[in-house]
Design a protein around this ligand. Structure first.
Ligand code: 5AD
Ligand code: SF4
Length: 459
């Protein structure tokens, strides 16, 4: 581990005067880690005089920050590249320059620069600091960049994204580490994001203090496996406790946890620290021990259910959400039924469900992808239907309750109403002319539609 501690790039007077600068546009695909990284990319480019634009049609450079977790995510980006190239061909111009960042850049590297969908620049997840230079050489055309492909993992890559670039409404994202040391057999992430590398707790604290200084009140700590955070003797429970001490910070959320690292003392801490929101996103992936073993998840269904029960004892008002993969190689009807049983047993607030997608080079790619597409589709529909039924019962039971919630943003409908979020991550739409973003209100629940509740402001 290096001592690398980059300064927080503060854009003190808003975006610098860069009217003569090259205009860039960043499009983000995939997870919250990419949202944070796009923020960092924009920070690096703005610092060097590039100008950010929201409209890709007027951009000189379009950067696609990509995801490789499923084939579908990659196909979306490939067709977007095709679309941009078509516009460029019609205009007969070399611009916009197209760059691919993120997991696809890391996975496919130079291949992305070849063929009819070839792009101009490929920059992997640990190379964003080099982006302004690589781009400069490309856009002015005066020099040939050393390489149009910059990928590969670096130990010193810890990004700090300037929070000024995003509107202060609710949660500011703070990446606390990158990469993943687990080797779940279906997952491409350890290959694309590399081994787990922690951000220094000092740097995390400075970043959060800065967010508070510019008006932020809430952070979401991000990582592939935040619960596995470790810096010397400091584990994730210790990190939460130290962040809890930051004056002016009111709420702390985190994403994503691994059931294996959800130790009792961590759950005790979450329950005890009142700034830490009682919401656990804990992917289980499958409810069948046989499948969990083949996925190398290192826990059993019983252990997962036990930790849910423990969390419910020690974390007041805790809610759960989870990820599920259906149609993993060899998944039988009995395995799938075991998964639906877990959905019924836990009573999640929300589940994210995916059809297994074989990723090149991952350990599970050696297994036959033998669950037919139609069966995957049918299992996906079945698990979603099961959750919908369960959720309706849970949500019906919430009507009449009073919840404390923070005003996050104006709701799209009905006009004049606000979207609020509770500590345990429930969304409530409520009309109240007296409210403003960041206010804390008590709402009485009057109804719901899917995962959104409706309420009226009680105080
Ligand atoms: N196929 C389908 N879903 C996957 N995920 C990760 N890899 C795959 C894959 N190969 C899902 C997991 C993970 C979420 C982010 O994406 O459920 O938790
Ligand atoms: Fe992928 Fe497993 Fe790491 Fe999550 S814990 S990123 S699913 S390898």
């Amino acid at each position: 581990m290096t001592d690398f501690l980059p300064d927080i790039p503060v854009l003190s007077s808003g975006e610098p005067d860069t009217t003569a600068g090259v205009r860039f546009h960043v499009e983000t695909y995939g997870c919250q880690m990419n949202v944070y990284d796009s923020q960092a990319i924009a920070g690096f480019l703005l610092d060097r005089g590039y100008r950010r634009v929201g409209d890709p049609d007027v951009a000189d450079v379009i950067l696609l920050n990509t995801c490789s977790v499923r084939d579908h995510a990659e196909q979306k980006v490939l067709s977007r590249i095709g679309e941009i190239r078509r516009v460029r061909d019609v205009r007969g111009l070399p611009q916009p320059v197209i760059g691919v960042c993120g997991c696809m850049a890391e996975r496919m590297g130079e291949d992305l620069t070849r063929g009819p969908r070839g792009v101009d620049l490929v920059v992997g997840v640990d190379r964003y600091r080099d982006l302004p230079d690589l781009l400069a050489a490309l856009v002015d055309g005066s020099e040939t960049p050393v390489s149009r492909t910059a990928t590969g993992h670096r130990d010193d890559s810890r990004l700090v994204a300037p929070p000024e670039l995003y509107p202060v409404n609710n949660s500011h994202l703070v990446t606390i580490h990158t990469g993943c040391d687990y080797k779940c057999t279906y997952c491409i992430v350890p290959a694309t994001r590399g081994p787990q590398r922690e951000k220094d707790p000092e740097l995390i604290a400075r970043e959060i203090e800065h967010i508070v200084r510019i008006g932020g009140r809430e952070v979401t700590l991000l990582g592939q496996n935040v619960t596995a955070y470790r810096w010397g003797d400091l584990d994730f429970a210790g990190l939460l406790a130290s962040i809890h001490g930051i004056d002016g910070l009111e709420r702390i959320r985190f994403l994503t946890g691994h059931p294996c690292d959800m130790h009792p003392h961590l759950m005790d801490g979450i329950g005890r620290l009142d700034k830490v929101c009682p919401w656990l996103h804990l992917p289980i992936q499958s409810g069948s021990d046989r499948v969990l073993k083949r996925m190398k998840r290192h826990y059993t269904r019983r252990q997962y259910l036990d930790l849910v029960a423990y969390a419910r004892r020690v974390i007041p008002e805790v809610t759960f959400s989870s990820d599920f993969i259906v149609g993993f190689p060899g998944e039988t009807e009995a395995d799938f039924n075991a998964t639906v049983e877990v959905v019924e047993a836990v009573q999640f607030d929300q589940i994210f469900t995916f059809k297994y997608s074989e990723r090149p080079g991952v350990p599970a790619a050696k297994l036959a992808d033998d669950v037919p597409a139609a069966v995957k589709k049918q299992r996906l529909a079945a698990i979603m239907a099961a959750q919908e039924k369960i959720w309706k019962r849970i949500a019906d039971g919430c009507v009449g309750q009073r919840w404390r919630a923070v005003v996050e943003k104006p709701a799209r409908r009905p006009q004049g109403s606000w979207m609020l979020r509770t500590g345990n991550n429930r969304k409530v739409i409520a009309a109240s002319p007296g409210l403003a973003v960041g206010d804390v209100a008590t709402v009485e629940i009057t109804g719901h539609q899917y995962t959104t509740f409706f309420g009226s402001v009680a105080e």
